[in-house]
Design a protein around this ligand. Structure first.
Ligand code: HEM
Length: 342
């Protein structure tokens, strides 16, 4: 029989091995096959329900994967609520304006905890959910095998989010630099920016566009945005003109009316068509036209929607592999908004 000390040692070695596996980049498809069979379906059920109720929930999840993984890796640090001990978590950063779907993640986590307590990390749930959202919003065209086995981080700082995430006022040089810091190429910058085919933005995020010259924004679209933005202190506007209300488009750009879609927030390559027509919301979107390589890719993805679906899927996988800082502690959070023992 094993002595107590030996048993403790075995447990410690196993725990260290599990932590190393989770943090050492050894993510795998079907990670929860034995420990929480069917977890993927639980997540999918809740995401599908939320998207059916409002497709904006899907867009919020697609943004969340980016804002989580670009800051400290995919560790669900973006989900942590401010507390008296740590009042400035990532979600309080100005760059994270408009981030949403936190309640949806809570709902999914609660369902998963009921099925398999203490087993599935919030960071994995977030990636599963972002996958399902992009798949559902694209009618299944964006899809990828979801790797899992991450741990949840215990740190979250607004200053890091502010430093690591790109701002909508960035120039192309700043955008390229920002993505290069995380080992993403110019092509991947262009591919991932295509996510702006869905969702919304605050007028404060596109203020500079309201005075940009016609070489940078279609004047009729600028007028449409200006009218919308005059309607309140900081209203929301759709990222994709296809999701604008018909009357506003008919008044500003009548030629665009036939292109409006019945189903809003459809994830496809329309962002690139809009961009070439100078009908995009953020300065950072337009900036992609100002550099030769980036422009080439914008044209490439405008022409080939299937290629974009595939490359966007691959880029989301790459995003989902961004690791926590070397030597970070991790845990399986009980609640996604709080570290354990807070
Ligand atoms: C390339 C640099 C990027 C910049 C500068 C940028 C900036 C922004 C800004 C300013 C907003 C609106 C926030 C608000 O005012 O509420 C937004 C929304 C959004 N972004 Fe990005 N973004 C970038 C890349 C990405 C990437 C890589 C993804 C995902 C792969 C993404 C997905 C989204 C989505 C889906 C929304 C809409 C969210 C919603 O409706 O809830 N963005 N982005």
């Amino acid at each position: 029989m094993m002595t107590k000390a030996a048993a403790v040692a075995v447990v410690l070695v196993m725990a260290a091995a599990m932590a190393a596996e989770a943090m050492g980049g050894e993510l795998k498809v079907g990670y929860y096959e034995k420990s929480c069979k069917g977890v993927e379906n639980v997540v999918k059920y809740h995401v599908a329900k939320a998207i059916k109720a409002n497709r904006k929930n899907g867009a919020a999840l697609v943004r969340l994967i980016f804002h989580d993984c670009f800051v400290r890796g995919c560790d669900a640090s973006v989900l942590l609520d401010p507390t008296p001990e740590n009042p400035s978590t990532e979600k309080t950063a100005p760059i994270n304006i408009g981030l949403a779907a936190f309640e949806l993640i809570d709902e999914i986590k609660a369902a998963v905890e009921e099925r398999c307590p203490g087993t599935v990390s919030c960071s994995d749930i977030l990636i599963y959910a972002a996958h399902d959202a992009s798949s559902l919003l694209s009618n299944g065209h964006v899809t990828f095998p979801v790797l899992a086995g991450r741990l949840d981080g215990v740190h979250s700082h607004a200053a890091e989010a502010q430093q690591d995430l790109p701002d909508s006022t960035f120039t192309i040089a700043q955008l390229i630099h920002n993505f290069a810091r995380k080992n993403f190429t110019v092509e991947e910058l262009v591919i991932l920016s295509g996510a702006h085919a869905v969702g919304v933005g605050h007028c404060s995020s596109l203020r500079a566009r309201l005075t940009a010259p016609p070489t940078q924004i279609l004047p009729a679209y600028r007028g449409l945005l200006a009218r919308k933005c005059a309607a309140g202190p900081d209203p929301l506007v759709p990222n994709n003109i296809r999701d604008e209300d018909k009357a506003a488009v008919a008044a500003a750009i009548p030629g665009f009316v036939p292109k409006l879609r019945k189903v809003n927030d459809f994830l496809d390559n329309s962002y690139y068509h809009n961009n070439l027509a100078r009908i995009v919301t953020f300065n950072s979107d337009w900036e992609l036209l100002t550099e030769k390589e980036a422009l080439g890719h914008v044209k490439e993805y405008a022409e080939n929607g299937t290629l974009w679906d595939e490359d966007f899927s691959d880029s989301l996988v790459k995003l989902s592999k961004l690791p926590m800082p070397h030597g970070s502690q991790g845990e399986i959070r009980k609640q996604c908004r709080y570290v354990n023992h807070h």
